[in-house]
Write a protein that binds this ligand. Sequence first.
Ligand code: ANZ
Ligand code: ZN
Length: 574
Amino acid sequence: MERYSPQDIESKWQKKWEEGKVYKTEADASRPKYYALEMFPYPSGNLHMGHVRNYAIGDVMARYKTMEGFNVLHPMGFDSFGMPAENAAIKHGVKPADWTYSNIENMEKQQKKLGLSYDWDREVKTCDPSYYKWTQWLFELFYKRGLAYKKKASVNWCDTCGTVLANEQVIDGKCWRCDHEVHKKDLSQWFLKITDYADVLLKDLDKLKGWPERVKTMQDNWIGRSEGLEFNLEAPELGTSIAAYTTRPDTVYGITFLALAAEHPLVDKICENNPKAEAIQAFVKRTRNQSEIERTSSESEKEGIFTGAYCINPFNGNKVQIWVTNYVLADYGTGAVIGVPSEDSRDWMFATKYDIPKIITLQPRDHELKLEEMTEAYTDKDGVLVNSAEFTGLDIKEAMKGIMDKAEKEGFGKRRVNFRLRDWLISRQRYWGAPIPVINCPHCGEVLVPEKDLPVMLPEDVSFDQGSLSPLASSESFVHCKCPKCGADATRETDTMDTFICSSWYYLRYTDPHNDKEPFAKDKVNYWAPVDQYIGGIEHAILHLLYSRFFTKVLHDAGLVDFDEPFTNLLTQG
Ligand code: ANZ
Ligand code: ZN
């Protein structure tokens, strides 16, 4: 018998497959469809075994469904904007485009050698102007729907990468890409308003019967919905009141201090004519340089400074010390947190450290608690209230309801739902990404680039010298332009978009990849999508999968697609 010689046999058949376009697919309403998709790779240069495993699973699914009689869509492409291409430009002077396209060519060759059953005619490359034109068009769609805005923000900044990072891209206080420590910097940045969709992104996790529980739990935690009470504490000496958010309204009779974030707007006011102003300001400065992790992790040291100012607990009229602390986050809740030492371990440690009074408001059903005997907070979720006026004797659940009713009835508080999810910071001070299609006019302000002028092409006359805020800002031909509204001399936005935007809609583009009139035709996208089986690494459980769900929901609301979830079944591996 002849030996199996892959070099001869496989290349012979692969050539035949390619020439005969045996994996070419067309939409066909008379046949049931099946959309099998593997997460597309970043063109780093070579495939690794993780890729091969991923693609092999998808290939098996696609072939099996084809044999079952489905019209199968099984495409491949490249997530080809991003930092490594730019780093190659900085280090070796090659053009990011050249580096990227030559890597793509090599990886395609490897994929073809593996005999994967892709319809190569549908290949998309996110760095291609024919693709990023539509990424920019989608940005404009978001903008017109009030879902893209610019604001000054204290952002996560990575020195090594020389760019800002989304919250999702900061892992344990470090950059997800280079592992370098991330710190805060104030910059004017573009955001997408994913928080408008927090509720539905959470609720619709229930629809995803074909997703691993683990991934849904991670998204659930990331979105972080909580219910509680927001209420006002009057601060007569400061001539104002301070709003605080708590998920434990049953503890309000135990408030002995109010903890403000270092960034809280009231801090400046508190410092006016305050003998401690200098010390407070020094504390604020020190805190602002700490990373979010340093400030909030359970192991880190909770620190604060008493401001000398007081506010009043509206429930019992008690005087409450106002502290500035490092553990309260400025952009969560209201940036002011009630301190209830006897029930919260963090507050207990803080009160013990700074000698702040403690009041017991909850104790177990079977014995009395005494402060002198306690060495830590009573954090059990079971017990009865004490020292809590008319709520004394109730359990936590009853007390929460009664206390929130009281605050609402007396008009100093309101039930509130809160989300941990923040808006998505999409500005990147990088070259190799899709330029944000906005022009800044001295008369008209922010103006979208008209659709007929898209794409806003990446210029080639750029300098990659680090230090300048963005390589695009170094291109005269790019920066200077005319205002599309009034014709005045204007300048272009020099930020590019987070590459996660490019990958938030590529699976829709595969359904109609050569369309130059719109991102995809409705009949095609609605025939093929949603993806029936999506396959990829678990590392995308939050970032890419949450962003893609968000995009799909916005496109659904804009009437561009009929479905509102992109991936019916999900297989995560790795
Ligand atoms: C009093 C209290 C007592 C609290 C207790 C908790 C336990 P989640 O569930 O994540 O929404 N908090 C509110 N705003 C904060 C901020 N900006 N920075 C840091 N902590 C903040 O958490 C809500 C709880 O986190 C709130 O309820 C508040 O502390 C704290 F036994 O109020 B709690
Ligand atoms: Zn103008």
